[in-house]
Design a protein around this ligand. Structure first.
Ligand code: NAD
Ligand code: MG
Length: 385
């Protein structure tokens, strides 16, 4: 038996966090769960602590320390806030970042700075901090992508020659198209929150589900792919594929295309990231080719789903523009989830916020945190008008 791998899961109470626990339960000899962190869902977090006999846990707010200590007892070391996330992320060989939003930034940076492996679901941190992530990545930590599209590309690139992937001509990110893929343009203004939360192929947390309905999720993923694989967004295309069976593709310079296929089940990319370089023997996601597989492809409706072009625009502008895009989107999606704005307003708020962006090169975390705060202030002002 090989020595078990030490794992930490940040954002353990969410959709990806809970599915990561499912994968760990299938291979108890291969992994040791060192620590977990969550936000404000203290009861659910306490359940995980008990099940896995944990002695170190992170919670989002220091104010919750007393209440949480009563739930888990005196023998559990409780760390809080961003500093707590940094501490836990520095201490395990493999860290799953399943926090949602910019709040996941400390996990991404601390994991890589400590030279640990980052299994990254939290795309927002990479989108906002791409230049800073490249710097800390050089200190020895590596990123394995949990996001299904990027995980698919990671698998397709095995064997591709290095040197900036000379043999690769394009990355093709697939997108389900979300619940409004075929809805006529004139009906998009009247869609509701409940409509937006009905994703056709994936069951996910609320923020990414809304992002999938606007195609902002795909926009963020274009930026994520560019940062992960070091390929310009001009060589990354989006293809609508409603069945979510092909998770993404790589086209090579000889015209050959490699694709990765499996059922839409996030436990598969999570298991891939946990097992790498080996594959874990899991029972999920088998495809039944004999039953007939119907795979369709089309171009995205860019005129009706403007988030895609906003993301490409932010990528070409560089600096803190992607951070502004993502921050404004977080503010707008939160307002939509609270039923304060309509579905169409989400992308409109992002576009208006980006109009106020003044070019800045990102050279430090402090600068990024400042830019993020400014973008959020502008987005809130936009909401108020
Ligand atoms: P979710 O809302 O279900 O869970 C988010 C988790 O983050 C929760 O555990 C929450 O408590 C925690 N959290 C929030 N703020 C925190 C803070 N300040 N400190 C510590 N923990 C905090 O979200 P999700 O759907 O699991 O998505 C998580 C991330 O994975 C997102 O970035 C999303 O884009 C990405 N992702 C998700 C899926 C999916 O299928 N759900 C697929 C691909 C990528
Ligand atoms: Mg994805």
């Amino acid at each position: 038996m090989t020595t078990p791998r030490h794992v930490a899961i940040m954002g353990v109470t969410g959709s990806i966090g809970r599915q990561t626990l499912e994968v760990l339960r299938t291979a108890p000899e291969e992994f040791v769960l060192d620590s977990v962190a969550g936000g404000t869902n203290l009861e659910a977090l306490a359940e995980v602590v008990k099940e896995f006999n944990l002695t170190r846990v992170g919670i989002a707010r220091d104010d919750d320390r007393g209440a949480f200590a009563r739930l888990v007892g005196p023998n559990v070391d409780i760390v809080t806030g961003a500093e707590g996330l940094r501490e836990l992320a520095s201490a395990s060989a493999l860290v799953v970042n399943a926090v949602v939003g910019f709040a996941g930034l400390p996990v991404t940076l601390a994991t890589l700075a400590a030279g640990n492996r980052l299994a990254l679901a939290n795309k927002e941190s990479l989108v906002a901090a791409a230049p800073l992530v490249q710097q800390v990545r050089a200190s020895g930590g590596d990123i394995v992508p949990v996001d299904s599209e990027h995980c698919a590309i990671h698998q397709c690139l095995v064997g591709a020659t290095g040197n900036g992937y000379r043999d690769v001509s394009r990355l093709l990110l697939t997108a389900s198209g979300g619940p409004f893929r075929t809805l006529p343009a004139d009906q998009l203004s009247s869609v509701t929150l409940d409509d937006a939360l009905q994703h056709p192929t994936w069951s996910m947390g609320p923020k990414i589900t809304v992002d999938s309905s606007t195609l902002m999720n795909k926009g963020l993923e274009v930026l994520e792919a560019s940062a992960l694989f070091g390929i310009s967004v001009d060589r990354i295309d989006v293809v609508i594929h409603p069945q979510s069976i092909i998770h993404s593709m790589v086209e090579f310079i000889d015209g050959s295309v490699l694709a990765q296929l499996s059922a839409p089940d996030m436990r598969l990319p999570i298991a891939y990231c946990l097992g790498l370089p080996d594959r874990l023997a899991t029972e999920w996601g088998r495809l039944d080719f004999a039953a007939g597989l119907h795979l369709e492809f089309s171009a995205p409706r860019r005129d009706d789903f403007l988030a895609l072009d906003l993301a490409y625009g932010a990528a070409r502008r560089g600096g803190a523009a992607p951070a502004w895009l993502s921050a404004a989107n977080e503010v707008a999606v939160a307002a939509f989830l609270e039923r304060r704005i309509g579905w169409r307003d989400i992308v409109a708020v992002v576009a208006t916020t980006l109009d106020s962006y003044v070019d800045v090169a990102l050279t430090s975390v402090e600068e990024l945190v400042r830019e993020d705060a400014t973008a959020r202030r502008v987005a809130h002002d936009t909401l108020a008008h």
